[in-house]
Write a protein that binds this ligand. Structure first.
Ligand code: ADP
Ligand code: ZN
Length: 530
């Protein structure tokens, strides 16, 4: 049982790990973090998803006198978390807005009677003075701030209620605090540290490398067909998650998979709560199910044997990509993170940023996030190296990602870039016209289409000057110029316009290096254990 045996010693961390959780040994930094907290120190923990953050506060809460208070934004998961702990004999409860007054009173009584090891608390509850007074009357062993990146206004998951957590230390100066997150660029790390008053705390930064995940980013052609190939060829009968940007494409993709004999369930915020809960429960319980979802799915999902995470649309940031792909392979066995990415993704996301609410600083932030994601897509170096570098960590080429397995070549694309930019320039300046990538490419290829004739584009001097590349290759050029900021899109139809930097290419002051897609995309995961 997790309740106090005797004094210290018999309830040391390792024996709690064995007796309560049934695990052999600590992983990574767990032991050092737990010891530090048990001794009353504050900690800031950066550990990737699946790294084992929960034990870092659950065990100290069991070892120290009093109740450990866990602040978590994942209200929907609290009941599950508490149930799972109770099965292990841990005395756990939660307080959030889903409860009726009677249920809340029961938990409060247990807390005051010293009968709780762990109390999960929604951040908005902690802001209530009544909750603070309740905690004043209880014996608190520690505060754990889960998903601590929610305090970051720079990040993708900001929760205003988290800002108030900076006051924990003022009100309860003797209670140790531990903040935990799996999202950790240097900027987020620094922001968590200042906003939560954790400058004096010990910082534990685990490696973000997930060696058993094979990262692959492929050119999007027929995304659903490509996905089907991946599932049939490499992950038949295995559990996985497919992420799509919109609810409509979630529905369509799930139906497409079902039509093709794959058991797939949709998950998005447009479904009613009961269907969502049922689909999530089936995914956790059954083997070999595929969930097709928007990013609403997965926060806090702990299913160890997710064998693949596929993205049919470009994630908005590297943090998001890392977190979503991180749901694969928590059991340490080989898993695939697969992303199909194309020109349309860039067009669409740039447009979403343009039309997003918020001031220009906010839009700049979104654009910076997108640029980093695009750089990861277009890199010619190891994906893992690039990913780790984004999180401020270094690594060696992994030998297991797509770029390691079939290295893309970079080629001098200066002349094609000049041709393309010059076509856009002529349309803008000679004709006062804006067109999307399709028409511009048709012009370069010298295609005699109806639309070409109608606009007399066959009379432009750039008509037919680009026959050395195929339609697909030109789309790759456009995509990469967009990614490099040498070209931009505008308006509802994704029309192409020039940027300041375009002038440098047109004026021959700048070379353009492009990535050539490998002939045959990398396949078949090599076994890699951690
Ligand atoms: P995180 O919150 O960092 O994503 P969790 O705390 O949910 O990760 O842990 C991920 C999984 O690893 C869980 O199934 C957990 O029980 C397991 N785990 C954590 N620590 C250990 C350990 N020392 N030994 C064995 N399994 C562990
Ligand atoms: Zn690699």
């Amino acid at each position: 049982m997790a309740s106090p045996d005797t004094a210290h010693g018999t309830r040391d961390a390792l024996s709690v790990l064995h007796r309560v959780f049934g695990y052999e040994s600590f992983r990574g930094e767990q032991q050092r973090i737990i010891d530090h907290l048990v001794e009353g120190g504050d900690a800031l923990v950066l550990m990737p998803t699946g790294g084992g953050k929960s034990l870092c506060y659950q065990i100290p809460a069991l070892v120290r006198e009093g109740t450990g208070v866990v602040i978590s934004p994942l209200i929907a998961l609290m009941q599950d978390q508490v149930d799972a702990l109770r099965v292990l004999g841990v005395r756990a409860g939660f307080l959030n807005s889903t409860q009726d007054p009677e249920q809340r009173r029961e938990v409060e009584t247990a807390l005051l009677a010293g009968e709780l090891d762990l109390l999960y608390l929604a951040p908005e509850r902690l802001r209530l003075e009544s909750t603070a007074r309740l905690l004043d009357r209880a014996a608190i062993s520690l505060f754990a701030i889960d998903e601590a990146h929610c305090v970051s206004q720079w990040g993708h998951d900001f929760r205003p209620d988290y800002l108030a957590l900076s006051e924990l230390h003022e009100r309860w100066p003797d209670v140790p605090r531990i903040a935990l997150t799996a999202t950790a660029t240097k900027a987020t790390h620094a922001e968590i540290s200042t906003r939560l008053n954790l400058e004096q705390a010990r910082h534990f930064v685990a490696s973000f490398d997930r060696p058993n995940i094979q990262y692959r980013i492929v050119a999007k052609r027929e995304p659903r067909k490509q996905l089907l190939e991946l599932l049939r060829g490499e992950h038949a009968g295995e559990s996985g998650i497919v992420y799509c940007l919109s609810r409509a494409s979630v529905e369509k993709t799930a139906q497409f998979l079902v039509d093709n004999g794959i058991e797939a369930l949709p998950y998005h915020a447009g479904l009613d709560a009961a269907t969502r809960a049922a689909n999530q429960a089936r995914f956790l319980r059954e083997d070999g199910l595929v969930v097709v979802a928007t990013i609403a799915f997965g926060m806090g999902i702990d299913k160890p044997d997710v064998r693949f995470v596929a993205h049919l649309d470009l994630p908005k940031s590297v943090e998001g990509y890392y977190q979503e792909t991180g749901r694969a392979g928590r059991d340490g066995l080989p898993s695939t993170a697969w992303l199909a990415y194309g020109l349309q993704d860039v067009v669409q996301q740039r447009k979403m940023i343009d039309t997003s609410e918020g001031d220009s600083a906010h839009k700049r932030r979104l654009a910076t996030h997108l640029d980093a994601m695009l750089a990861l897509c277009e890199t010619v170096q190891c994906r893992r190296v690039q990913l780790l570098a984004y999180f401020g960590q270094s690594g060696e080429p992994c030998g297991n990602c797509d770029t390691c397995l079939s290295p893309p070549q970079s080629w001098d694309g200066t002349i094609p870039a000049q041709k393309l930019l010059s076509a856009v320039y002529r349309l803008l300046n000679e004709r006062r016209q804006k067109f999307g990538a399709g028409q511009v490419i048709d012009i370069l290829l010298g295609k005699e289409t109806e639309k070409i004739r109608q606009h007399r584009h066959d009379q432009l001097s750039v008509f037919g000057i680009g026959t050395e590349l195929s339609d697909g290759e030109w789309r790759g050029v456009v995509r990469q110029l967009l990614a490099q900021g040498l070209l931009a899109v505008e308006g509802d139809y994704g029309t192409l316009v020039l940027t300041e930097a375009s002038g440098d290419v047109l004026g021959r002051r700048r070379e353009v290096m492009l990535r050539r897609e490998p002939e045959r995309p990398a396949k078949a995961a090599k076994p890699a254990k951690r």
